[in-house]
Design a protein around this ligand. Structure first.
Ligand SMILES: C[S@@+](CC[C@H](N)C(=O)[O-])C[C@H]1O[C@@H](n2cnc3c(N)ncnc32)[C@H](O)[C@@H]1O
Length: 348
């Protein structure tokens, strides 16, 4: 039996704080539970899940029988399920064991058309080579954090629940507590500024360094509560939101993963194969937008050249010039989709 609904939430909580997200998406939930058992059938479980821009993803990826697609962020398997329903085969990658276990149960009915693959999408080339599934018809990345991860206090992603300050999507590498307790004030300040776009980065980093001399940071509550005391609370957004986002992005090397993936993506796709990426905040969207734009320029030019030259790194045809935003209906139904953007290219 699956004990927790696997709900996807936006990693960028600028528009809503963590508390509001919890109450919005707890519908049908069995509460905060982390275990994902290996047996049973998901169909009779209380389950609330709404994958973002689902129809648009299906429309762009054109799944059908005989096509092989990779979902690099399997999560609760919502997008993958839609691709499978349309007849395609899907390799669903996730670094999180809970996600793979959940999706394996949910998607068991599709038999060998679906496989949950352990790993990171940044190493998709190696995974594809090892699995013998190179030459893909389509790839999807849906760059959020799942609410299973967020709602599970033990995983330490959220300041809504007191739990160990962990934040690892997979089980390896340094935790958020390691960063907070061991990194220099300057390094902490930098990630709060760069990854959290936190205006009080200096103040928070200085406070952390002072506090940890007395007592090491071990829990989400310690950090979130301390930041709230330090900055005070204004408006609906919890003052620790951006620091938590920055720590999560650093712990999981989220931008590094995206950059590594984008480098190898052209080699993974067949000509005509499509790559769809859903982003949630400006940092990751900028990387995707720029890469897609640069790799779809047929020619490049420099003022000192006598004429434009063919671009040796032109791999794609741009299918979404501006990025697709969710419609007003989707946003009304599912406010977490508000900051999402879908960008799609086709391998030439
Ligand atoms: C927003 S959820 C995906 C939800 C999914 N599209 C759905 O419809 O259910 C993101 C998932 O991607 C996984 N993830 C994030 N970064 C990853 C990475 N670099 N490699 C593999 N999985 C990753 C997370 O563990 C999480 O389960």
């Amino acid at each position: 039996m699956l004990s927790a609904p696997f709900i996807q939430t936006s990693p960028d909580f600028g528009w809503l704080d963590d508390f509001s997200i919890g109450s919005l998406f707890r519908r049908g939930s069995t509460g905060i539970a982390c275990a994902v058992d290996s047996g049973g059938d998901s169909s009779d479980q209380p389950f609330y899940h709404e994958s973002i821009l689902l129809d648009e993803v299906v429309e762009f990826l054109q799944p059908e029988a005989g096509k092989l697609l990779a979902d690099g962020t399997l999560g609760g398997g919502g997008h993958t399920e839609a691709l499978l329903k349309a007849g395609a085969s899907v390799k669903g990658i996730d670094r999180d064991a809970d996600a793979r276990a959940y999706a394996n149960q949910r998607l068991a009915r599709f038999g060998d058309r679906f496989e949950a693959v352990e790993g990171c999408f940044g190493e998709m080339a190696a995974l594809a080579q090892a699995g013998g599934w190179e030459g893909l018809d389509g790839i999807l990345l849906d760059l959020g954090v799942s609410s299973h991860q967020l709602d599970c206090g033990e995983r330490g992603f959220s300041f809504r629940f007191d739990g160990p300050l962990d934040m690892r999507m997979g089980g390896d590498g340094p935790t958020a507590a390691d960063l907070v307790n061991d990194w220099s004030e300057e390094d902490l300040r930098q990630i709060f500024w760069d990854l959290g776009e936190e205006k009080s980065a200096r103040r928070i980093a200085a406070w952390i360094v002072l506090q940890r001399e007395k007592l090491k940071f071990e829990t989400t509550g310690q950090l979130a509560g301390g930041i709230e005391k330090l900055l005070g609370r204004r408006g609906r957004t919890h003052p620790a939101t951006k620091v938590f986002q920055a720590l999560r992005m650093e712990v999981n090397d989220e931008l590094g993963e995206l950059r590594r993936f984008l480098k190898v993506a052209p080699d993974l796709l067949k000509p005509g194969g499509r790559l769809a990426i859903i982003t949630f905040h400006s940092l990751e969207d900028r990387i995707v937008k720029q890469t897609f734009r640069d790799s779809s320029k047929v020619e490049i030019d420099r003022p000192e050249w006598p004429a434009p030259r063919p671009n040796p790194d032109c791999f794609y045809r741009l299918l979404t010039r501006k990025g697709v935003a969710p419609g007003t209906r989707e946003v009304a139904r599912n406010p977490r989709s508000r900051s999402s953007r879908l960008r799609v290219v086709e391998r030439i």
